[in-house]
Write a protein that binds this ligand. Structure first.
Ligand SMILES: Nc1nc2c(ncn2[C@@H]2O[C@H](COP(=O)(O)OP(=O)(O)OP(=O)(O)O)[C@@H](O)[C@H]2O)c(=O)[nH]1
Ligand SMILES: [Mg+2]
Length: 377
């Protein structure tokens, strides 16, 4: 679990640090020379000044690398503050459980974007446990709640088999949710596992879309097949599938438009692309990932339902978990739609994509310390 994150982060942090150092050197060395050369010809006072200025600054130590669990917790800070803080006061008292307690818990869960359906399911289980198990006081409920949420989120084995098979990953979602960014991050993750990855820039609607993906392809060090603005996205897709076959690529990641002239057009276009992949590359394993912006809360749920008409969704990439208090939506989505969240985006950088594990997610949300194995980098 999270192996890629552990592995990748190490490599990339080192790369990044090295890059920064190189850049710093490139920038600072000529300046230092330029400033120190005239010093020999100038007044001694000036010399002193310049020397003072050019004293090598103590090298800034890179901040100690955080483990993935710490980063996940950091990313969930706002959600935790919003969701769990309210609950803590609810669970901190030793009172007997009564209807007021249930009402307050219900409100907290719904406000935490857990969704009505999931909240009902959780409360049902809690009431049952209060009746049949030894849960008497409000303070006994916390652990039970954590266990129940974990159960609600368990959608069976979360599969990442596409990572190990010849696959086409069709990435869809409304505009601005983070499709292109997530594809870049995913490409980099797959590349670091030694996979041959090709990107298809099948968003030909927006002029900048192709160049955005191209930038990510350079960052990730993978190839991209694109077209020109206004070109039929399906023709780009054909080219990309042909290239993936010809080069025996492991994974073809398909970026799509999040907006066309209108929503109906978009949906029709995506359906067509879905059929093309099926026809042109029937042997490839298919993964249809919808990208949802966690900060949009319940809207994300609606989008998952709508895009479910385009293709059979096999997973979700939930982005922008770092900046939202609505991360509880991950619980609602997994529990209600029964579509597994496979990755979460916790920032804008290439390494800010994590494989999703519901147990760790709930632990991070409730500030539970996970086992040593889980946190070890
Ligand atoms: N903080 C944060 N920002 C993210 C994350 N993922 C994406 N973003 C940002 O969200 C913005 C939109 O991302 P894109 O990848 O361009 O979104 P898109 O779905 O491809 O958008 P369209 O091409 O317009 O459909 C960018 O500024 C990204 O940097 C994330 O996990 N966290
Ligand atoms: Mg895009």
């Amino acid at each position: 679990m999270f192996e890629f994150f552990k592995k990748k982060k190490k490599e990339e942090v080192t790369e990044e640090v090295t890059e920064e150092v190189v850049q710093e050197q490139e920038e600072t060395v000529p300046e230092a020379v330029a400033e120190t050369v005239p010093v020999e010809e100038t007044e001694p006072e000036a010399e002193e000044e310049v020397i003072e200025e050019t004293q090598p600054e103590p090298e800034e130590q890179p901040a100690p690398k955080k483990g993935w669990f710490a980063r996940l917790k950091d990313g969930l800070t706002k959600t935790r503050d919003n969701f769990v803080a309210g609950m803590d006061s609810l669970f901190s008292n030793e009172d007997k459980i009564d209807d007021d307690f249930y009402d307050e818990l219900e409100e907290t869960l719904i406000l935490g974007d857990i969704g009505v359906h999931t909240t009902d399911a959780i409360l049902e289980k809690l009431k049952d446990a209060v009746k049949h198990e030894h849960i008497k006081k409000c303070s006994d409920c916390r652990e039970f709640l954590i266990k129940t949420i974990k159960e609600e989120m368990a959608t069976g084995e979360t599969a990442y088999e596409f990572e190990n098979r010849q696959s086409v990953v069709f990435v869809i979602g409304v505009n601005g949710v983070g499709k292109t960014t997530s594809i870049g991050k995913l490409a980099s993750h797959l590349k670091s596992q030694g996979k041959r990855v090709i990107l298809a820039a099948a968003d030909t609607f927006r002029a900048a879309a192709g160049s955005q993906l191209e930038e990510w392809s350079h960052r990730a060090g993978v190839e991209m097949i694109g077209g020109v603005e206004g070109q039929d996205p399906s023709s780009v897709l054909y080219d990309a599938v042909s290239a993936a076959k010809a080069r025996n690529a492991d994974v073809l990641l398909v970026d799509t438009a999040g907006r066309l002239h209108n929503k109906k057009n978009l949906m029709e276009e995506l359906k067509k692309m879905n059929r093309i992949i099926d026809k042109a590359f029937p042997d490839a394993h298919r993964e249809n990932l919808i990208v949802l912006d966690a900060s949009t809360g319940q809207n994300a749920m609606m989008q998952a339902k709508e895009f479910g008409e385009v293709a059979d969704l096999t997973g979700i990439i939930l982005t922008k978990m770092d900046g939202t208090a609505k991360g509880g939506i991950a619980i609602a989505i997994t529990s209600e739609l029964k579509i597994p969240v496979k990755y979460i985006g916790v920032g804008e950088k290439i390494e800010d994509l994590q494989k999703f594990n519901s147990d760790s997610f709930v632990d991070a949300l409730f500030d539970v310390t996970p086992s040593e194995d889980e946190v070890n980098d």
